[in-house]
Design a protein around this ligand. Structure first.
Ligand SMILES: [Zn+2]
Length: 185
């Protein structure tokens, strides 16, 4: 198990069945919107964090693995521990903008991310997806990034995770090291 993987007791916040969609995609969007890494414009030179991360060290940038055309990085504002993003190095916004080789490596990195997270943290399931456009929930819509979110039973309430922002940096460093060590060659 990853350090910091212990979860809060399941909390009931309302009646009915949980709607995983809103809970899943809202928190990191809000964190990015309010965060310091918000780009000033849509271009690659407008402070895009996904263009800057590959130039940082693995620990500093929370990079888990580097490929030829794409890389994997921990989400700075995770919904769950081990929440990864697979990202093309190239500053493109839309899935249809990817070349065939980029598409293939993005898919392969998603598979490797699942294997690594399974080895490191034994999740019971995953949410994997692309938010295309700000209207669809993309916090940084100008640079495509695919979410790989491990899921465990009882993790539906994100507030305890988001609320622990002061201890998250250490947890992220531990998570990065564990998943990077488990990354398939
Ligand atoms: Zn970019």
């Amino acid at each position: 198990m990853l350090a910091g993987m212990t979860r809060e007791p399941e909390q009931q916040t309302g009646g009915g069945e949980p709607d995983g969609y809103q809970r899943l995609w809202t928190p990191h969007r809000m964190a990015y919107i309010q965060g310091e890494g918000k780009p000033t414009g849509p271009g690659a030179g407008d402070g895009c964090p996904f263009c800057a991360i590959p130039g940082q060290g693995d620990e500093e940038g929370l990079v888990v693995a580097r490929g030829e055309l794409v890389y994997a990085v921990l989400n700075l504002y995770p919904y769950n521990s081990g929440h990864l993003l697979t990202v093309p190095y190239r500053h493109v916004a839309d899935y249809t903008d990817l070349t065939v080789p980029e598409t293939a490596e993005l898919a392969e990195f998603t598979r490797r991310a699942m294997r690594a997270i399974r080895a490191a943290a034994a999740p019971q399931g995953f949410n994997i997806g692309l938010n295309q456009g700000a209207v669809a929930g993309a916090g940084i819509a100008a640079h495509l990034h695919q979410h790989v979110v491990p899921r465990w039973g009882g993790d539906a309430n994100f507030m305890p995770v988001v609320g622990r922002t002061k201890v998250l940096p250490q947890l992220l460093a531990d998570s990065r090291a564990a998943i990077a060590a488990a990354w398939p060659a």
